[in-house]
Design a protein around this ligand. Structure first.
Ligand code: FEO
Length: 171
């Protein structure tokens, strides 16, 4: 059985993951408007990643006899100065998610909840990958300084991204 404290913290994390997806929907729309289809595709895949994170937390709470409790999702920004600024905002956001995952680990340890701690280990590693994949794009954009030719090249590369569901997860 999951404790009320862990359940509440995990519900907050579901809300944060849904906000992440909503933020990336907004950035995807921004890229679609700029006709940067590859950039938009990268965000579309990122949305799928976030929704898979929501599914993981949801399944875990249910398996532990807890209750998923929906809350209002904050409205994300809708405009960015440039593709680089949009990706920098994505990187900043993923760093904040890493901090919140680390806080969940602290709560699980404080509650002596080994099952939650083991469950969260996957997310700790996942955040290392999430930050690295976003930062790789940020660094390329910085090198290209948002030049049209550079954007075109990166756009073609980002168009190749595909979604790989986490192990044991069908969606
Ligand atoms: Fe679910 Fe991108 O962190």
């Amino acid at each position: 059985m999951i404790s009320k404290k862990v359940q509440d913290a995990f519900n907050d994390q579901i809300n944060a993951e849904l906000y992440s997806a909503y933020l990336y929907y907004s950035i995807q729309a921004y890229f679609e408007e700029l006709n940067l289809e590859g950039f938009a595709n990268w965000m579309k895949i990122q949305i799928q990643e976030e929704l898979s994170h929501v599914a993981k937390f949801t399944n875990f709470i249910n398996e532990r006899g807890g209750r998923v409790i929906p809350k209002a999702i904050e409205c994300p920004p809708i405009e960015w100065e440039s593709p680089m600024v949009a990706f920098e905002a994505t990187f900043t956001h993923e760093q904040a998610v890493s901090v919140s995952i680390n806080k969940l680990v602290d709560i699980a340890i404080a509650e002596n909840d080994h099952a939650s701690k083991i469950f969260l280990d996957w997310f700790v590693s996942e955040q290392v990958e999430e930050e690295a994949s976003v930062n790789a794009v940020v660094q390329k954009l910085k090198l290209m300084k948002d030049s049209p030719h550079g954007l075109f090249m990166i756009d073609r590369e980002l168009a190749q991204r595909v979604f790989t569901p986490p192990a044991g997860q069908a969606t």
